[in-house]
Design a binder for this molecule. Structure first.
Ligand code: PEP
Length: 250
């Protein structure tokens, strides 16, 4: 049985006050049961400058914290970058790699994503590898080819075993922040292709769906056989909505 995971990607939103308030609201809702009895894992991805604040706010609640990005380099003269070790030092357990906004807006190639994935694991972080096709690629029926090629680039760099001990998030680019969601059948089809690609070692790998997940569509998506939770952007900024999404994964 795979324990589902629901992750909230706060992107570049908020300030000290809103970050502490949101974290406190989630802790208040989440803390009604002992950590050991929870059947879903919740992970928050605040902006890097708020990591330590959020980590402090969720301490003891069982909610984990992750970063939205990391450098592929261990340390050195890389102005503005943040290494995996620094994120661990701030209390992170997870890190996103290959989010479509990093690939598209910041020019991260699949090779760079693979290096970041490797750097994350070297620091002891669990990478959430984000993959997904554009609308055009879907229309040209390239979805599975695109997604499996993005994953293969990482397998080629770190090996199948290491990819399988991470988390993979399928996020169709056309569904991120658009209000458009893949239908449960569309999402399951791609998740099944990913599961097949990962083979025997990947039978217990957590595969998340991301792309305009809301409390109203989460149950159907999370109910698919190869979907083990979600990566949530916009809806994770609202405590009640996000908490209701988390509950749908139980
Ligand atoms: C995301 O940023 O990973 C995401 C899925 O965003 P949204 O839920 O807003 O589509």
């Amino acid at each position: 049985m795979i324990k589902p995971l629901v992750a909230g990607n706060w992107k570049m939103h908020g300030n000290t006050e809103t970050a502490s308030h949101l974290a406190a609201q989630l802790v208040a809702q989440w803390s009604d049961r002992p950590v050991a009895e929870r059947s879903v894992e919740m992970v928050l991805f605040p902006p890097s400058v708020h990591l330590s604040l959020v980590k402090g706010a969720v301490a003891g609640s069982g909610i984990a914290v992750g970063a939205q990005n990391l450098s592929q380099h261990g340390s050195g003269a890389y102005t503005g970058e943040i290494s995996g070790d620094m994120l661990v030092d701030q209390g992170c357990d997870y890190v996103l790699v290959g989010h479509s906004e990093r690939r598209d807006l910041f020019g991260e190639s699949s090779a760079t994503v693979a290096e970041k994935f490797k750097a994350a694991q070297s620091s002891g972080l669990i990478p959430i590898l984000c993959v997904g096709e554009t609308l055009r690629q879907r229309q040209q029926e390239q979805t599975v080819a695109v997604v499996t090629a993005q994953i293969k680039a990482v397998i080629d760099c770190v090996g199948m075993h290491n990819v399988c001990r991470a988390v993979v998030a399928y996020e169709p680019v056309w569904a991120i922040g658009t209000g458009e969601t893949a239908s449960p059948e569309q999402a399951q089809q791609v998740h099944r292709a990913i599961r097949n690609q990962l083979g025997e070692v990947g039978l217990s790998t957590r595969l998340l769906y991301g792309g305009s997940v809301k409390a109203s569509n989460a149950a159907e998506l999370f109910g698919q056989p190869d979907i083990n939770g979600g990566l949530v952007g916009g809806a994770s900024l609202e405590a009640i909505e996000f908490f209701n999404i988390v509950k749908r994964a139980e």
